[in-house]
Design a protein around this ligand. Structure first.
Ligand code: SF4
Length: 454
């Protein structure tokens, strides 16, 4: 490789898992001597880390690729890579569609980027989509934030929700060992990180694939055990986790969250539909009654806990009445945040080939009605913060108002207040809430931690 450092640019689409993968791949590239280029058109290596959760997400990458493929005609040394879920879904077909590509690599291969790139620099066009055991990554991820960090605890998913492409593109469940997760968190604590989010597509499955059972026959390793195991990592003040699955959510986990002070009172538990027939067709493995019991249990132990979820409208065969059951569940549970989407048929998923697909008009009408109710309920939920003192972890300056900083409450509510980012970044600040909106708050700092006397 020439003495002039090569520059790279990574564009990430999709979920937190993809963001965490991109941070690790950036770390690997910098470990190889590449330098980050803010401008993709100044980069010698372009990597798109893609998402195929919905049709529009998948097609976003092709417009980007088209431009860079043209550029490659002028600049043959440009290295073009497609990673992530579209890469896994399409594989070789992507090379036929975009012959200028140098590599197509699935999510399971993120940690192997250096080996794969050696093959590319040796003149090969590489397709890495075979199922592999995900090896621990030893390089330091190039993290976007200096305050909060994603930590993968389990890769892949063994569920078979009939609308979801994740199991076929991210593979079977692979849990990291508690020791590897703790070691990564200890390193983060040493680097000054204050908050960690433990990540898994179905985080409640953590440990199912790890050896060992307790005398009562329970998995030795579960998410609950992991929370106890990493709770005392020095320097880490807050622990979050996502994404939960109602089918496996336990009272034992809720009790642990109540007991462990660093675990934030925020749960992200997708329900997808409020109708049992639709849940059955989705193969979600629970009923709306079970889902409500989980929320009641959480609110029994932590009455003020923040609850967010995901919901899909327009699933094949969903009747108006069944859709209204989703509205009813939202009305009765009142979520702090609800991510909503219209059903999008995904290649290779069972529901994609079912006859009873709904029209785009019906789907977008239902999505609009759901989103309308989501904002009303979220605004209602937000009002409970008015006049309260909330602990906010300061992450960034408010991009819209440089006199303000922004961060999140323990309930994961975005909060803005006047302050100097140089003084407050990474600090836990007590903020009196003076204004509430559907998805964010504003307030005044009432106590700012004094910098430690050196
Ligand atoms: S639990 Fe279901 S929706 Fe979630 S990633 Fe797995 S298959 Fe997809």
């Amino acid at each position: 490789m020439s003495s002039i450092p090569r520059r790279y640019h990574i564009t990430t689409f999709g979920c937190q898992m993809n963001k965490a993968d991109s941070e690790r791949m950036a770390g690997i590239l910098e470990n190889m001597g590449f330098q980050f280029s803010e401008d993709p058109n100044q980069a010698d290596l372009i990597l798109y880390n893609t998402c195929s959760i919905r049709d529009n997400a998948e097609h976003k990458v092709y417009s980007y690729l088209g431009r860079q493929a043209k550029r490659k005609l002028q600049q043959p040394n440009l290295t073009l890579i497609v990673a992530g879920c579209v890469a896994q879904q399409e594989g070789e077909a992507l090379l036929r569609r975009v012959p200028e590509l140098d590599m197509v690599m699935g999510p399971q291969h993120a940690n192997r980027l250096e080996d794969l790139l050696e093959q590319v620099f040796a003149g090969n066009q590489v397709v890495a989509t075979e199922a592999v055991h995900i090896m621990e990554d030893i390089t330091k991820p190039r993290r976007e934030s200096q305050v909060t960090a994603w930590v993968n605890v389990i890769y892949g998913c063994n569920e078979r929700c009939t609308y979801c492409i994740v199991p076929s593109v991210r593979g079977i469940e692979q849990s990291r060992t508690p020791e590897a997760i703790r070691a990564e968190m200890e390193e983060l604590g040493r680097q000054g990180y204050k908050e960690v989010t433990l990540l898994g597509q179905n985080i409640d499955a953590y440990g199912r694939d790890l050896p060992g059972t307790t005398p009562e026959g329970r998995n030795l390793h579960t998410l609950t055990d992991l929370l106890y195991f990493v709770h005392d990592v020095p320097g880490i003040e807050r622990i979050r986790f996502a994404t939960s699955h109602p089918r496996y959510f336990t009272e034992r986990l809720i009790r642990a969250c109540q007991e462990l002070p660093k675990v934030c009172e925020h749960f992200h538990i997708p329900f997808q539909s409020g109708d049992n027939e639709v849940l059955k067709a989705m193969a979600r493995g629970y009923t709306h009654e079970k889902y409500r019991r989980i929320i009641d249990m959480i609110r029994h132990y932590m009455p003020d806990a923040s609850i967010s979820a995901d919901a899909i409208v327009g699933f094949p065969g969903e009747t108006e009445e069944q859709f209204e059951n989703t509205l009813k569940l939202l009305e009765e549970i009142s979520f702090d945040m609800l991510n909503t989407a219209a059903y999008s048929p995904r290649p290779g998923t069972p529901a994609a080939v079912w006859e009873n697909q709904l029209s785009e008009e019906v789907k977008s009408d239902r999505l609009q009605r759901l989103n309308h109710l989501v904002s009303i309920k979220a605004a209602e939920r937000s009002q409970r913060y008015l006049g309260r003192i909330e602990e906010v972890l300061v992450e960034e300056q408010n991009a819209k108002d440089p006199t303000q900083v922004m961060g999140r409450t323990r309930g994961n509510r975005l909060t803005f207040f006047t302050g100097d980012i140089n003084q407050l970044k990474g600090q836990l600040v007590q903020v009196k809430i003076t204004e509430s909106r559907a998805f964010s708050l504003s307030g005044e700092a009432i106590s700012v931690p004094q910098p430690a006397l050196v």
